[in-house]
Design a protein around this ligand. Structure first.
Ligand SMILES: C[S@@+](CC[C@H](N)C(=O)[O-])C[C@H]1O[C@@H](n2cnc3c(N)ncnc32)[C@H](O)[C@@H]1O
Length: 292
């Protein structure tokens, strides 16, 4: 039995026969039937079951603003807004698909929270996104990588159907059966990739630990991967187990015979947090970017 949402969508013309999609084989060019070819790349909708998994993987809720780049018939943004009460924005190069998406949003009564525009994905303003969804050809993914890394807020979740960013390693990945993909791709499954956009914290910082000294922090960052060292009166030590997820940072700082766990949150050129000094002693710390 179909849910109200599925019935509404099917009634508006998204039938199972339209649920064609790209093959799951990661980074391979998909076979696309000629009727789905468009000037800017193929229009192939993500099946409903995959849309649900994408939104679940990104943990979309009412406070989210979901942006789908290459939004097709709008299924991802519309599902998020209708079922999960998020707001959303979609851009597609195909004006007819954009018109259809806005019409669909209006007929579902969600057009005040959702907008679709005919625009090139590379010119889209993504700064308001808390979630970005993608189902794009590999070469588009590689070209989008630097735009999304530069323009998205720390903590923004990106979920991509079947294709990844190569050198920007994903934070999570899941593959599951999608039988309806088989007749077009020969692969009855989908793979989803998740990235959490990291804060930009590479560089020199001055770390001050309340009542427990000051250090020069040197951080090296490659996307969400972090390395670093701290130099204080006792000399220079490497940070252990450095982690960066969105704006959340943590590391172990070797101090004498102890390793102290530092956790903090990045906000622009400042990081604030607490350090566990053992025996229930929690101290506050902050770091500010060193002037170069
Ligand atoms: C595979 S479909 C995905 C549709 C939708 N995101 C989904 O998952 O159901 C890719 C879409 O990207 C659009 N597209 C391709 N190149 C584009 C570009 N440069 N700017 C905007 N949209 C583009 C196509 O028109 C097509 O609708």
């Amino acid at each position: 039995m179909k849910s109200g949402w599925q019935s509404a969508v099917v009634a508006m013309g998204v039938s199972m026969s339209m649920l064609l999609t790209c093959p799951a084989a990661a980074q391979k060019q998909p076979y696309v039937p000629p009727e789905y070819e468009r000037e800017g790349g193929p229009y192939v909708p993500t099946p409903n079951v995959v849309v649900d998994r994408m939104l679940g993987m990104a943990n979309v809720g009412a406070n989210d603003h979901v942006i789908d780049l290459g939004s097709g018939d709008g299924i991802i943004v519309i599902t998020a807004a209708y079922r999960l009460k998020s707001s959303g924005y979609g851009v597609d190069i195909d004006e007819e698909l954009v018109r259809l998406s806005n019409q669909r949003a209006k007929s579902l009564g969600i057009n005040e929270r959702v907008l679709f525009e005919a625009k090139d994905i590379f010119k889209a303003d993504v700064s308001k996104a808390t979630v970005v969804t993608l189902y794009l050809l590999p070469e588009f993914m590689q070209r989008l990588r630097s735009k999304l890394y530069a323009e998205l807020k720390p903590g923004t979740r990106i979920v991509s159907h079947d294709y990844h960013f190569e050198e920007w390693m994903h934070d999570d990945e899941v593959t599951f059966d999608v039988p309806e993909k088989e007749f077009i791709s020969g692969v009855p499954s989908a793979t989803l990739y998740l990235w959490i956009v990291p804060a930009k914290i590479g560089g020199a910082w001055r770390l001050q630990v309340d009542g427990n000294g000051e250090y020069d922090l040197a951080l090296q960052q490659r996307y969400q991967r972090l390395m670093g060292s701290a130099e204080g009166r006792g000399g220079k030590v490497s940070l252990l187990e450095p982690k960066l997820s969105g704006a959340e940072v943590s590391f172990l700082l070797p101090l004498g015979v102890h390793q102290r766990r530092f956790t903090g949150r990045v906000s622009g050129d400042r990081i604030e947090g607490t350090a566990d000094f053992g025996g229930g002693k929690i101290v506050r710390w902050h770091a500010t970017r060193s002037k170069s």
